[in-house]
Write a protein that binds this ligand. Structure first.
Ligand code: 2M8
Length: 450
């Protein structure tokens, strides 16, 4: 090992130690907050990512994190996008605003939860927790193996909910009821459908926490955007969170290619877990994986070369160049030539090859697109967790050739050690919340899994 290698190893160890300290610092004892101040509760896909980070430190704590999320699971099988910390009252929209337990018997009374969901990365996380526990020795592996059957039943109910309620016609594409369900809150993917949502004239007043914590308003959604998001929540309340009623009445209703690709990959992971447990649902889960892979592959737009969401209220594709368009790379399903073209696009000047980028990671919107805004929430900045998801699932599919440069660039982006929620992609400036839990989890996984 040369002196330079030595230094790199030392810096990597230091960064991993700081990432571990972030997860410990955000741990309330029962859940890891998504971020220390901005997001003081447990978010669904954050918890899955966090469990992978935790599995590097303490696999039992990783399982407990997922178990806590499972306590919020609805009777329908839905995993809600937020499980609220009962001791934290200053977050909007909070549990009273969602009013789930008051409006439907499907929601748990304890803990309080939101009434929507997020991309189903959980089975992928569990697959990884099992692998990482295996590396920590026979005792840790045995404890996680003992935990696995219970987690499997929860995940099966979650996947069956998505397939049954969010793709009732078997198209291989998930429907979402609110932009927040995509996890990419005010991505320009959703501008068109939100533009048709008239703000409820009787919208109850609200006090935002985000703009008090992130003082630079340009980094957060605008007042009008937030009014529309909360109008969307009011509509879901009026439908009493009933999926069929929402499909019939909600103003915002779209497909989500990224969540669909995640479901395809996660169904493959869950089928593997089922096989290992000798469970009866292997064929069912493999069929889900196949159906959603095909749905995602079938959404690729010939002109843009990206997979597109569809506005289900107009039937029109949402023609915006966002990172979600690379969804087929997460789950496969394109033919060899089509995948080659998509990888070439990813490496091109419209994306990671853009000459202005500080790091060749994935920005949330193409820097060459008219919608690109480098500081605005989900409209241009790069989210470390998103690039990590691509690295992880590309490697899982054996595409290490595509993952390797992303992995290197992401480690460079993370080297500053602020564990920022997102970065200005042209300067690398950390933005949003510092010490974001899923960013720390990404750093731990990248540093400790090579
Ligand atoms: C962001 O979402 C919340 C609302 O749910 C927000 O904007 O206030 C998104 O980035 C979402 O994907 C993430 O799960 C959440 C917590 O990190 O923050």
């Amino acid at each position: 090992m040369t002196a330079v290698d030595d230094l790199a190893v030392h810096r990597g160890a230091e960064l991993a130690a700081r990432a571990a300290a972030v997860l410990r610092g955000n741990d309330t004892g029962v859940m890891v907050r998504a971020a220390p101040d901005l997001y003081p509760h447990q978010w669904s896909w954050d918890a899955a990512f966090v469990s992978v980070g935790l599995a590097h430190l303490d696999p039992d704590r990783a399982c407990a994190e997922l178990d806590h999320l499972f306590t919020g699971q609805w009777r329908t099988g839905m995993l809600p996008h937020i499980v609220f910390d009962p001791d934290e009252h200053d977050y909007s929209p909070g549990p009273e605003r969602w009013g789930c337990a008051e409006l439907t018997a499907d929601a748990p009374v304890v803990p309080r939860t939101s009434g929507i969901c997020q991309p189903p990365v959980h089975a992928l996380a569990v697959e990884r927790v099992v692998t990482l526990a295996g590396r920590r020795g026979p005792a840790a592996a045995a404890r996680v193996r003992a935990w696995l059957p219970g987690a499997y039943r929860r995940l099966l109910a979650w996947h069956r909910y998505l397939v049954r309620e969010r793709d009732p016609r078997g198209t291989g594409l998930l429907t979402i009821h609110h932009g927040w369900e995509s996890g990419m809150d005010n991505s320009p993917r959703w501008d068109e459908p939100w533009s048709r949502v008239a703000v409820d004239p009787d919208l109850p007043p609200y006090r935002r926490r985000d703009t008090r914590i992130v003082r630079d308003a340009s980094q957060r959604p605008t007042r009008l955007e937030y009014d529309r998001y909360l109008t969307g929540v009011e509509e879901l309340r009026r439908a009493r969170y009933d999926d069929a009623r929402i499909s019939a009445t909600a103003s915002f209703l779209t497909t989500d290619v990224l969540a669909s690709a995640v479901l395809a990959a996660a169904s493959g992971a869950l089928a593997g877990i089922a096989r290992g447990l000798g469970a009866a649902e292997v064929a069912e889960l493999e069929e889900h994986a196949e159906r959603f892979r095909a749905g995602v592959a079938g959404s690729v737009d010939a002109e843009l070369g990206l997979a597109l969401d569809t506005d289900l209220r107009t039937g029109e594709p949402l023609r915006v160049e966002t990172v979600a368009g690379f969804a087929p790379l997460l789950c496969g399903g394109l033919g060899t030539a089509a995948e080659r073209e998509m990888v070439a696009l990813l490496r091109s000047e419209r994306w990671t090859g853009h000459p202005g980028l500080r790091h060749a990671v994935l920005p949330s919107t193409s820097p060459a697109a008219p919608e690109f805004r480098p500081r605005a929430y989900w409209r241009g900045p790069s989210w470390p967790v998103v690039t990590w998801l691509f690295v992880w699932l590309l490697e899982r599919r054996g595409r290490t050739d595509v993952a390797a440069p992303l992995r290197r660039a992401l480690l460079d982006e993370l080297a500053g050690g602020s564990f920022a929620e997102y970065h200005e992609p042209l300067t690398g400036e950390p933005l949003g919340s510092a010490d974001q839990s899923w960013t720390a989890a990404a750093a731990l996984d990248l540093l400790l899994s090579c």
